[in-house]
Write a protein that binds this ligand. Structure first.
Ligand code: SDX
Length: 437
């Protein structure tokens, strides 16, 4: 719990009475100024487009130090979690606050495994989508429909229903994402198998067919499990803030998650891994490393509107710690698959080398972020580029639920309702149509 650390005295040059506001200090990270009484005391709002300097809540879940390139889930460094745990252990940690012991881990894995199937009628819904529909459009539809298929998990104010919704969505997202993929390639849907681990099951549902099993390569299963861990939560990012704001109205948890998926789809957020891969493939098509110089010139020219996708971050102003782990995983996967000389990876390494040395990028702290390498790993495994953001949504599912739970359980939280600085027309008269210019 944050404690009141000090206070700040505001003096206004326009005659507004001075105001004293409390300052709180958390476990680590910047102090915050509590402005909840500012409007009552001064008649003024704060102004912070994009919420660059605004703390929307207290949270005990994830801590990011952007300058130091540090990421903690419930206090544990992401490097240790990626190295010593699997994704379902991390899910348990994010949802319930502590890493599971042997029995808790076994029970949680059993619970999730036995919720991996989806209501078979969802397939009829799936089959009505065009074969070339973007997987995120399909996932958005299927997740939104979950409220219709699982009405007993829809009361966001009931902890038991919220927990069941979390287990159902964590368990079913791999099935739904694999269904979306099979639909796009006109293959029959492959059902989950209970003897497989979470990550093995996803790869099985993606690449097995009714005629042929898919023997899961443990290196690839470990790589996809690591992608899930690295993307599991990330403080108050755009999609998580969307889920919190949406759930604050008391809507179904599935509906709030669908809102988060909508936000994640954007290329500046979760859509960046797809955009980063398409960028690498475009450079390759235009001549590979020989084209990089021309491409970088366009990125530096703002009028081109071209960005180095997979680089830069609102919070990390040093190397994204997830990107470091993802880079190692990328090496492992390409080594395992004999793709070390993969031309795409070579272009990626060249872009990284430039971004870490060129003044334009260094001066703007544009380091590789997690999306830069996760796309290469997924492509090497055989996951289509258009599915990357759906994989990100699958991984982030647990973070969205952990943050939603925390918001609902926070006594200080109520329906989110920001204000504005109004700059529109002053009050005026509606003229009869014959008098309008
Ligand atoms: C994710 O928030 C999270 O935690 C998100 C995430 C998570 O786990 O949830 O980490 C996942 O979304 C990672 C970010 C993925 N997005 C991308 O890789 C897309 C490319 N990156 C950017 O569009 C951008 O860096 C953002 C959106 C990520 C951050 O934007 P900011 O902090 O608002 O920075 P900005 O847009 O104000 O840019 C500052 C300067 C500008 O130049 P100047 O006006 O100062 O001259 O840097 C430039 C920008 O033009 N810039 C880039 C750039 N990103 C910023 N220039 C070229 N390439 C880029 N990628």
């Amino acid at each position: 719990m944050a404690n009141e650390q000090a206070s700040v005295s505001l003096h206004f040059s326009d005659g507004t009475p001075d105001a004293e506001l409390p300052i709180y200090r958390g476990t680590c990270g910047p102090d915050v100024i509590d402005i909840s009484q500012l409007y009552k005391k001064t008649g003024k709002f704060t102004f912070d487009p994009g919420f660059v300097a605004t703390a929307s809540c207290r949270s005990n879940i994830t801590y990011i130090d952007g300058q130091a390139g540090k990421l903690l889930y419930r206090g544990y460094p992401i490097e240790q979690l990626a190295d010593r745990c699997n994704y379902l252990e991390v899910c348990y940690l994010l949802l319930y606050g502590e890493l599971p012991n042997e029995r808790e881990k076994r029970d949680f894995e059993y619970l999730v495994t036995h919720h991996t199937m989806v209501n078979d009628q969802l397939q009829y819904f799936l089959h009505e989508f065009r074969r070339d529909a973007h997987p995120m459009a399909i996932i958005l539809g299927l997740v939104g429909a979950m409220s219709a298929f699982y009405p007993k998990s829809c009361n966001v104010l009931d902890p038991a229903q919220r927990n069941m919704a979390a287990v159902q969505m964590i368990a079913k997202m791999p099935t739904l994402v694999a269904m979306a993929y099979k639909h796009s390639v006109s293959d029959p849907v492959i059902y989950p198998r209970n003897e497989l681990t979470y990550s093995e099951n996803f790869l099985h549902m993606m690449f097995a067919t009714p005629c042929e099993r898919y023997p899961v390569n443990p290196v690839l299963a470990r790589a996809i499990d690591r992608i899930f861990i690295l993307h599991a939560d990330h403080e108050q990012n755009a999609s998580t803030s969307t889920v919190r704001l949406c759930a604050s109205s008391g809507t179904s948890p599935f509906a709030a998650i669908a809102a988060g998926i909508s936000c994640l789809w954007g290329p500046r957020h979760g859509g960046a891994n797809e955009a980063a891969l398409r960028m690498l493939m475009d450079i390759l098509d235009r001549g590979g490393e020989a084209h990089i110089g021309e491409f970088i010139s366009k990125v530096k020219d703002h009028s081109s509107g071209i960005r180095l996708m997979g680089f830069g971050h609102r919070v990390y102003k040093s190397y994204d710690p997830r990107a470091k782990i993802m880079r190692e995983t990328c090496h492992d996967v390409l080594e395992e698959l004999g793709l070390k000389n993969d031309p795409l990876f070579k272009v990626a390494l060249k872009l990284e080398e430039i971004a870490l040395s060129d003044e334009y990028f260094v001066s703007r702290n544009l380091y590789p972020n997690v999306d830069f390498y996760s796309g290469i790993v997924q492509k090497a495994i055989g996951i289509p580029v258009s599915l990357f953001t759906a994989v990100f949504a699958m991984a982030r599912m647990v973070g969205w639920f952990a943050q939603m739970n925390e918001m609902i359980e926070d006594p200080a939280q109520r329906i989110g309702r920001p204000r504005q600085l109004y700059t529109g027309a002053a009050e005026r008269e509606v003229l009869p149509i014959e008098e309008r210019q």
